[in-house]
Design a protein around this ligand. Structure first.
Ligand code: CP
Length: 313
């Protein structure tokens, strides 16, 4: 079993329930991963994913080994049939097979380039490891998705929801840098598996991949979208159509207390890291309704339920 996208989840509520059970008794399955090794390969920076996935593995009795490919590994070639006379020292074909001999599970973080849409949509790095590795692969944020984050988001909403069918708003917010679409994509896919009123709001020009958005509601008025919301999930992303470009940094989209007052006492969520007073004001982020720290904590249990299921298989 691989965990490449949120669509690997057959029954979201069962996975969420299992994750909450693990949270209540995290060391219950410590024998499951005994003498098993997970290799965490990072082509990009991380705080939460790196530590929570290690913690999840340790809770299951696994031994994690971590490699920062971006700064420590040989630069990898992903194209087949290339004459490797330039900067790349090793082909992923050998690298993935070699790592598979050291590890029982391989987890990979490889962000979108935001320059080559075709390669990003084809999940160049993740797909190459799936092709050449001989052990299960876990996506720790790829060019298209961040399914460990989305599962943690589902766990968090289950813990904090006050109505059976909450209104959940995914709101774009400004950011000075071009950011990938992965978190928003997986959040949307996860919400499509939930019984909730789900609304996406962003300025015109920030439409996400229509193959992911499908028939989810898009409301261009942030103010209107926030009305009666139970959860405000905020994330910046760059343009998908004008691929990887920051086409506006409209500060009027920042999440403020005035906007949160329009909601149904909504909880504020963000995957972190977040830029204070750019994406969201201090007042909102430090408020009692902000559940970003609890949300980050659930990263351990989303990773743990995924690893548990892989080990059981
Ligand atoms: N949310 C998240 O994936 O955080 P990191 O980038 O710090 O891992």
């Amino acid at each position: 079993m691989n965990y490449l996208s949120i669509n690997e989840i057959d029954n979201l509520s069962e996975w969420v329930k299992e994750a909450i059970d693990l949270k209540n008794n995290p060391l219950k399955h410590q024998g499951l991963g005994k003498n098993k090794t997970i290799g965490l390969l990072f082509f990009n920076n991380s705080l939460r994913t790196r530590l929570s996935t290690q913690k999840a593995a340790i809770n299951l009795g696994m031994d994690p080994i971590v490699m920062n490919f971006g700064s420590e590994g040989w630069a990898l070639e992903f194209e087949d049939g290339t004459v490797m006379d330039q900067g790349k020292s090793e082909h992923v074909k050998e690298a993935a097979q070699v790592i598979s001999q050291f590890c029982d599970v391989i987890a990979i973080r490889a962000f979108a380039s935001l320059t080559d849409k075709e390669k990003d949509l084809a999940e160049e790095v993740l797909a190459a490891f799936v092709k050449y590795a001989t052990v299960p692969i876990v996506n720790m944020e790829s060019s298209v998705g961040h399914p460990l984050q989305a599962l943690a988001d589902a766990i968090t909403m289950e813990e904090f929801k006050v109505s059976h069918r909450p209104k959940v708003v995914l709101s774009w917010a400004p950011h000075p840098k071009a950011l990938p679409h992965a978190v928003a994509n997986s959040f949307i896919e996860m919400m499509q598996k939930q019984d909730a009123e789900f609304v996406i709001t962003h300025p015109k020009g920030y439409e996400l991949n229509p193959e992911i958005v499908k028939d989810s509601i898009v409301e261009y008025s942030q103010e209107k979208a926030f009305e009666n919301a139970d959860f405000i999930y905020t994330k910046n992303w760059s343009s998908f159509n004008d691929y990887g470009k920051v086409i506006s940094q409209d500060n009027s989209w920042m999440i403020t207390s005035d906007k949160m007052e329009k909601t149904n006492d909504a909880k504020f969520m963000h995957c972190l890291p977040v830029r204070r007073n750019v994406v969201v004001t201090d007042e909102v982020l430090d408020s009692e309704n902000s559940i970003v720290i609890q949300q980050a904590n659930n990263r351990t249990y989303s990773a743990q339920v995924v690893l548990k299921r892989i080990l059981e298989e």
